[in-house]
Design a protein around this ligand. Structure first.
Ligand code: ZN
Length: 466
């Protein structure tokens, strides 16, 4: 067996088709402790399937926890210093775009190996790259809904999909934030509609902070429903060896509503009726993400190996505990672990390890890409940082499959990848719209913040080298 693998690794021969398709579902900001609680309460039946049929535990995160940085690390298997997406935007305040990435992502690697890829909503994928499959790209996932998910923009903006003609097929699946009435209906069918701040008046106006929070929830729900619908559509029409999809709402809800979710962690009294109205919002956002997960699972072939993961967890934000006016009350600056679940024919059935302090840690974010390639029967680029030691995340693999299918290494071919070019702007002034969206989420943008992020990355890579 080893001999055969050795031959395979040094020839140009096409890989054997993978034993089973692989599906990666990324859900931003799911907190493991809250997942454990809601599974125990029977409120996340689809995440519970991973615990029942496969394994569910925690995934170590990284610092900084900025979404473009982590989600690109997950997709490339490489550190930010290598893939080049080190913050939300570059030195010119332009959000990073797909052409700024210095190394291939899974969708490039898997396409180049002759396998099919579907990718929906992953961070920093606009403009959509030419792949062997289908892609709905995003400019900046969470911010884009309020920025470019407007039908008018869709009609004029190039590069949202690969191939370009895919856009005509999927546009009817999209829920545009400009369709305010529809978005409100969708929101109030999932979350209790906030009552008057002052129950003695007829006015239904929330204070500006909560108005913004509810608006953010609306666009992240629209974006996630659209991504889910497109992923289900692609799954039905274009089978793929690798499918990847990204959902954002649990992170947005966590940032916005943590003080209502865990009022005892904050040093101020929440006002009624908002206190009662918003108390369940984060749990309901998790329930909705689980419902979307169920739709995705129902669309998959029975033999798929499915991975579900969050990039980090979430908790009450220390910097806001004394501030009753804070718009951001949940955060994750220190990189608390996210979740990792896996199930499928090549996955070991180890159950729910979320509350097991030692066995519950299944691996880290840089080990996801090697696991995906291994499941697809593709060689692992030998320079990937996760391969410096044993790949902890391989423990989710079925033991006998793991022994029979040893990981094969491939030489570093990143030098053959197209050169990185400066960030593109989808349309004029979009960088300003983007900056406003993100400032409102509680992130500080600008040169100083970017330099700090890059310093944190440098320090972390220094530690890894020691
Ligand atoms: Zn976040």
């Amino acid at each position: 067996m080893l001999g055969l693998l050795g031959v395979f690794s040094c020839t140009e021969a096409k890989p054997a088709p993978p034993a089973a398709p692989v599906v990666v579902i990324g859900i931003d900001g799911l907190e493991p402790a809250l997942i454990a609680e809601l599974i125990d309460a029977g409120r996340l039946p689809n995440l519970a399937k991973f615990a029942e049929r496969g394994v569910l535990g925690r995934l170590a995160s990284m610092i900084p926890t900025y979404s473009p940085v982590i989600w690109t690390s997950i997709a490339t298997g490489q550190a930010p210093s290598e893939h080049g997406i080190t913050f939300f935007h570059d030195e010119g305040n332009r959000p990073y775009t797909s052409n700024t990435r210095k190394v291939p992502a899974l969708w490039n690697i898997v396409s180049d190996a002759g396998l099919k890829v579907n990718c929906v909503g992953w961070w920093n994928t606009w403009p959509a790259e030419s792949i062997n499959g289908k892609m709905l790209s995003t400019y900046a996932a969470q911010a884009q809904a309020s920025v470019i998910w407007k039908p008018g923009v869709w009609e004029e903006l190039e590069g949202l999909t690969w191939p370009p003609t895919l856009m005509d097929e999927i546009q009817s699946e999209m829920i545009f934030v400009s369709d305010a009435e529809r978005v409100r209906d969708l929101l109030w069918s999932r979350f209790p509609e906030p009552r008057d701040q002052d129950p003695t008046t007829e006015q239904r106006d929330l204070d500006p902070v909560m108005t913004k929070s509810v608006t953010d929830l609306g666009w992240s729900l629209s974006a996630d429903l659209s991504n889910t619908a497109v992923a289900v559509y692609l799954q039905g029409k274009y089978s793929a060896d690798l499918s990847m999809i990204y959902l954002s709402m649990p992170d947005v809800a966590g940032h916005r509503f943590w003080s209502y979710h865990e009022p005892e962690a904050f040093h101020f009294e929440l006002r009624e009726p908002a206190k009662a109205d918003f108390a369940e919002y984060i749990r309901l956002a998790y329930v909705e993400a689980d419902r979307q997960l169920g739709e995705l699972l129902a669309s998959l072939p029975a033999n798929a190996n499915v991975l579900v993961l969050s990039d980090h967890g979430m908790h009450a934000w220390e910097e806001s505990i004394d501030d009753p006016e804070a718009g951001t009350t949940g955060h994750h600056p220190a990189g608390p672990p996210g979740i990792f679940g896996a199930m499928g024919p090549q996955i070991s059935a180890r159950g729910n390890l979320l509350s097991d302090a030692t066995k519950g840690r299944l691996g880290n974010v840089l080990e996801v890409a090697p696991l995906v390639l291994r499941l697809l029967g593709l060689p692992l680029p030998e320079h990937w940082p996760a391969l410096r030691g044993a790949v902890e995340l391989d423990q989710v693999l079925d033991e006998s499959w793991r022994r029979a299918n040893a990981a094969v290494r491939a030489p570093n071919t990143d030098g053959d990848f197209r050169p990185a070019t400066p960030a593109r702007l989808p349309r004029e002034n979009l960088d300003e719209d983007f900056r406003q969206s993100f400032s409102a989420l509680g992130y500080t943008l600008g040169d100083e913040a970017r330099e700090e992020s890059e310093k944190a990355i440098e320090e972390q890579s220094g530690e890894a080298d020691d």
